[in-house]
Design a protein around this ligand. Structure first.
Ligand code: ADE
Length: 221
């Protein structure tokens, strides 16, 4: 898989992808990570990429031209262009699964107050939000998406973890415990120590349902 990211601070993405789990997944799956600095496509003495919004408003917006030139420098523009932004549709685990199966994905990291809306007129964009909160770095948003896609690669996270984790079958993951079985007067639920696999599975299922109803009634069945 080839992952191309257009951004202003490639070092943020480079660093995260060069340590620990992402590093291993990238190496073992032959993932090609291409980081393009949009500023290299800006002009003028200051290589400016941002300007004030027309009609007023706080902050600065990323301009069309440097982004368009960066995109046009690519051999191929994979569609759609994934653009993380708080005003997009919600990015879900099913989207991570969809993008994880593709040969190449292309992301654009916004910065400042956002991106000139005409980028959406020029390119077919999938604008996705990670949740109802605002990050200051589009690179950080891109990293969330990249990480969710990397861990689903063939040699990513072990298959068993993927089966039990949150959002599989539309439920949150059940609570988990490790040694010691009693800590600070708190004991692990007996059933998990019983060795009775059927009862353990029943407990896990019930716990997942309860947690989903309590914390995510919007997705509970
Ligand atoms: N960029 C800034 N905030 C974001 C969010 N909540 N989701 C996706 N991209 C973002």
């Amino acid at each position: 898989m080839k992952i191309t990211v257009l951004c202003l601070f490639p070092e943020i993405i480079q660093h995260y992808c060069s340590v620990s789990i992402p590093k291993r997944i990238i190496e073992e799956n032959g993932v090609e990570l291409v980081l393009i600095n949009i500023r290299s496509f800006a002009e003028g003495t200051h290589f400016r990429c941002d300007e004030k919004p027309f009609g007023g408003g706080a902050g600065m917006l990323m301009q069309v031209e440097p982004i368009a030139r960066a995109l046009e420098s690519l051999e191929e523009i994979s569609k759609p262009l994934l653009v993380p932004s708080p005003d997009g549709r919600r990015f879900l685990q099913s989207d991570a699964e969809y993008y994880a199966k593709r040969n190449s994905i292309l992301l654009l990291a916004g910065h400042y107050e956002g991106i000139d809306a005409r980028i959406k007129d020029l390119y077919s964009c999938d604008v996705v939000s990670l949740g109802d909160y605002v990050l200051s770095s589009g690179e950080l948003a891109c990293l969330n998406i990249i990480d969710s896609i990397l861990r689903l690669q063939e040699n990513g996270i072990n298959k068993e973890s993927l089966v039990e984790e949150s959002f599989t079958e539309g439920l949150l993951e059940h609570d988990q415990y490790t040694r010691p079985s009693v800590v600070r007067n708190l004991a692990v639920p007996d059933v998990l120590l019983s060795g009775h696999h059927k009862n353990i599975e029943k407990w896990k299922e019930k716990n997942r349902e309860l947690k989903t109803k309590l914390f995510r009634p919007d997705i509970a069945r």
